[in-house]
Write a protein that binds this ligand. Structure first.
Ligand code: ADP
Ligand code: MG
Length: 246
């Protein structure tokens, strides 16, 4: 075993796999550019760090479980006149996540609520945050199952490992009292600790009606709205519009 192989093996023992794989290349670069010892040492560390960050982001993107690959770059602000590019861009410094604020997109079907939620989620992942996408229906089912197994707290704790939870289509279907209670536990755990991105077709003025003004629902709404950026999306369905123009 030559000195390079021996060193690479030692790197692998230290779990510096990418540095090990690219050691020859990094050494050759240092040689060709007459780098200082310190620069070479730094390059090796940088290489490993970059690879690890990339891998973590790729993994986070997979864990996010987005239902489709929507990107903000593909969002047409000329079609959606009720939200501006500037409003969306402002969110991309992610101070809303740092401040544990929520985003709420309200509007009729097809106006781009889910597209925006996914697009912002993708950007948050690029920036190193952990995001999870769930539909409200799906989430309620998960919580119900957990509750039946006596694991509600555990399941909610797992969800709070994410910086942002996207809850898509909240308020489309009525929920049982137990489901509302479970959801309340979740919202409570996220409150001022993690961020939610919610899409809904219900204006908040109708949420009381949806939740039947009960003693579980009203605190949920209060907690969601407190520290939230609300975006009312209007206009025609993008899907419908595309169809008619074709
Ligand atoms: P919503 O969640 O409000 O019902 P979606 O986000 O699912 O609507 O949008 C419906 C479809 O139309 C999706 O394929 C989405 O990518 C597309 N879409 C909606 N609005 C826009 C827009 N402003 N620019 C580009 N595509 C859009
Ligand atoms: Mg949607």
């Amino acid at each position: 075993m030559n000195a390079i192989e021996r060193t690479a093996t030692k790197y692998r023992h230290l779990r510096l796999n990418d540095a090990a794989t690219h050691l020859v290349e990094l050494l050759a670069q240092a040689e060709a550019n007459e780098l200082s010892y310190l620069s070479l040492a730094e390059n090796i560390a940088d290489h490993e760090l970059t690879q690890r960050t990339d891998k973590r982001i790729t993994l986070n993107r997979r864990k996010a479980a987005f239902p489709s690959d929507k990107r903000l770059e593909g969002f047409d602000y000329r079609h959606q006149t009720t939200i501006t590019k500037r409003q969306v861009s402002t969110l991309l410094d992610f101070s809303f996540i740092e401040q544990r604020n929520n985003l709420i997109f309200i509007g009729p079907p097809g106006v781009g609520k889910t597209h925006l939620a996914i697009g912002i989620g993708q950007k948050a992942i690029d920036a190193g945050y952990k995001v999870l996408f769930r539909t409200a229906l799906d989430l309620v089912e998960t919580l119900e199952l957990a509750e039946m197994k006596g694991e509600l707290k555990k399941t909610i704790n797992q969800l709070t490992k994410f910086d942002v939870l996207v809850i898509d289509e909240l308020g489309y279907l009525p929920m049982s009292r137990q489901s509302r209670y479970n959801l309340f536990q979740l919202i409570n755990s996220f409150y001022e600790y993690r961020s939610l991105i919610i899409t809904t077709n219900k204006d908040f003025t109708h949420w009381g009606e949806f939740f039947q003004n009960d003693d579980v629902a009203v605190p949920i709404i209060d907690r969601i709205i407190h520290h939230s950026h609300l975006f009312m999306l209007g206009g025609e369905s993008y899907r419908l519009n595309q169809k008619m123009n074709n």
